[in-house]
Design a binder for this molecule. Structure first.
Ligand SMILES: NC(=O)c1ccc[n+]([C@@H]2O[C@H](COP(=O)([O-])OP(=O)(O)OC[C@H]3O[C@@H](n4cnc5c(N)ncnc54)[C@H](OP(=O)(O)O)[C@@H]3O)[C@@H](O)[C@H]2O)c1
Length: 222
């Protein structure tokens, strides 16, 4: 039986990923911040405590977006980078991944937007995407794939309050499928990348957004 570690599996997308991988017959180790605070290196090591080897590592845990540049603080910025970038990087360094393993890092479509409200958050996810490409090359000879799933706006039991009717309507208008995503929409894509079927896919960023930002073209554009 394969073993997976899913970080941030207490709720939201991480919990859905853990449920889906379990349904696929995988032994899932669920991490949450109460078990190991990933803003510290002690927490990174604690998250891996007692794990002899891993077939699948899903770096899903993330600190929530900070503010725009005007209100961001150095402390908040460091926290964001510690949880969203340093922790995944050193989890990969220290996890005893089996050959043929799968590493899946959860980014965000925020990396392709110029959203002043989420500059520092988008920077962390951009770093995650760059890291994934490089590590895909380095770990390729061992048959380990490293990929990124970039969710679009995804409503979960815990974040539904942020999707006001106005925001929901605005996002749906920009989305090919004209709805918000669900945690299961993201989990199913992660499950594909974790499966044997995805053995030939590595170093890629896969949007799971229902076609956010696909159009429509500006008026007058042929
Ligand atoms: N939801 C969206 O619309 C959306 C869109 C794009 C990308 N994403 C990305 O998708 C992933 C999951 O999103 P979500 O909405 O499900 O997030 P969420 O509900 O905020 O859950 C975040 C998870 O990360 C854990 N976490 C946060 N800070 C931590 C820390 N210092 N140490 C250890 N664990 C920590 C939380 O653990 P505790 O519960 O123990 O605090 C929780 O399990 C994240 O990477 C997020 O950036 C989400």
């Amino acid at each position: 039986m394969k073993t997976a570690l899913v970080t941030g599996a207490s709720r939201g997308i991480g919990a859905a990923i853990a449920r889906r991988l379990e349904k696929d017959g995988i032994n899932v180790l669920r991490h949450d911040s109460g078990k190991a605070d990933l803003s510290t290196m002690e927490g990174v090591d604690k998250a891996l405590e007692g794990i002899d080897s891993l077939d699948i590592l899903v770096n899903n845990a993330a600190a929530a977006p900070g503010g725009p540049i005007e209100t961001d603080t150095p402390e908040g910025f460091d926290h964001l980078f510690a949880v969203n970038v340093r922790a995944p990087y050193f989890l990969i360094q220290r996890a005893r991944m089996n050959d043929g393993g799968r590493i899946i890092n959860i980014s965000s479509v925020a990396t392709r937007m110029a959203n002043p409200a989420q500059t520092s958050f988008a920077m962390t996810k951009g770093a995650l995407e760059t890291m994934s490409r490089t590590l895909a090359l380095q770990l390729g000879p061992r048959g380990i794939t490293v990929n990124v799933v970039a969710p679009g706006a995804t409503r979960t039991a815990d974040n539904s309050a942020i999707f006001t009717p106005e925001l929901k309507t605005a996002i749906e208008a920009l989305t090919a499928h004209q709805r918000l995503g669900t945690a299961e929409d993201i989990a199913d894509v992660v499950a594909f990348l974790a499966s044997d079927d995805a053995r030939w896919v590595t170093g890629q960023v896969l949007d799971a957004s229902g076609g956010l930002f696909l159009g429509p073209p500006a008026q007058g554009v042929q």
